[in-house]
Design a protein around this ligand. Sequence first.
Ligand SMILES: *Cc1c(COP(=O)(O)O)cnc(C)c1O
Length: 369
Amino acid sequence: MSNEKWRKNVAQLKPYIPGKAIEEVRRELGLEEIIRLASNENPSGPSPKAVEAMQKAIFDSQLYPESTSRELREKLGSMHNIHPDQFLIGNGADNVITLIGTAYINPGDEVIYCTPTFPAYRTITLLMGGTPIEVPLQYDYTYDLDKILEVITEKTKLIFICNPNNPTGTILKEGKLKSFLGKLPLHVIVVLDEAYVEFIEEKDYDDGPNFVKDGFPVIFVRTFSKLYGLAGTRVGYCAASPELMEPIRAVREPFAVNRIAHAGALAALDDEKYKHKIIEENRVEKGKLTKKLQSFGLDVTESHTNFLFVDMRGDVLEMANSLMQEGILIRPCTAWGLPSHARITIGTEEQNKRFISALKKIRKKQTTT
Ligand SMILES: *Cc1c(COP(=O)(O)O)cnc(C)c1O
């Protein structure tokens, strides 16, 4: 069909291709059990307390939710020591990123980020008629801050920084981000996407809340989809100075966060014990899985997240396909232009074992045929 009636900017967009849904693979292959290590979900699910709170909330489904998710903003405010009015809750971090772009990007504005990275930055930039300025990651797969400084012009509006970066799992450390922020011209705003921040173990890591409190022009973005296991319920948020938040609030939908999501997020934050258990399990399994993959001679980038970025040393699409036949879904990085890299979510102990034995099986097949 012709797209001549479409808004011009929409015609440039490519639809986001998510990891295959478990339901879809089950239907296609007739497999009973599918293990999805493709979308960085929490393999243990949300806290049982969050589930209980969500079950209760269902009974009030006839009532619109409180528009600004006040209770959650208050809890996040005391957690980060930032005023609750400086938070905006959205229908997932994706929604929040869209709102930020909608609030700030004028046609012709330049938006800088490194690649490969999370695709939402490019999408919203194009949608708003902005110009994406893409800078390659450094050799160690971290954001190239020096290069970003070099490409800033008067037209630069936003700089997206994904830290830790998806799909590489890498972070900027040793005060690099702070010194970068100190060098920025006044007309530039930084959007710091910290979807995986809770998995970082580095002690000297500077995070978004600290930058906001120190008065830097930073909007930090977080999600309940990864650590808190609420990807299917959709809650994300951002915070920044009152001045930076104002236009974002102006473009938000009044009821983007539903009651059930709100209740789940509140209860998830309260369950500190569960959170620490998930972080610890991820840490242990990440170590084991890294060693195992390295013992196969594969190149595993040091990860500060709940997934691994692995050079599979071969045609990754073919490998992902063979793994799918075994009921294991991983994310080939071909959409990022990487023919041999995969992004593999760290599963439960049992899931990782199943993944490794499936991988052994297909590698054996490859060498014998
Ligand atoms: C998963 C992810 C998001 C989106 O999270 P949702 O809250 O599920 O929309 C945003 N940024 C990065 C880097 C992610 O990996």
